[in-house]
Design a protein around this ligand. Sequence first.
Ligand code: FE2
Length: 171
Amino acid sequence: MQRVEWSAFLSVGNARIDQDHQRLFEILNRLADAEARRERAVVAAAVEEMARYAGEHFAREEELMEAIRYPLLAEHRRQHRELAAKVEAWRTRVARRWHPWHGGTFFAVLAHWLVSHILEDDRMIADFCRTGKVGHRFRRAKAKTPPPAPLREVGWGQRPIREARTPMSLA
Ligand SMILES: [Fe+2]
């Protein structure tokens, strides 16, 4: 059976946030068990709890980012909002007696999102708290979403083309 296990490797260096992540893992594992046993009412309760607790946790994290003037707050908040909207949509569908095992599992999507979010994004907050800098992970995150390249005019009668994108240097 699929499960997620929290380990010190996933620590973001803040006891309250680590505690939240562990609680989210507990809810996820309850969800995995219920999906495996096809217990719709238990799945619905776990999705409901996930929606509520993730909302509280995101608010705590965002409060922390505001307090430390975290430079990537807006992008981080956008990710939280996207996930919260997805969980809210699932909550509504399950409440209408939709059977989750007919279309994949909530657990698989949530576990993947949460683990990569902790490793990639939440740990950047920890780096910033510790060093006051966003470091290499910041540059990598920016490199993922390069700004659109400027249009270059190539002469009369020809259509403008975009400059080739060059990957952002990580040096
Ligand atoms: Fe986060």
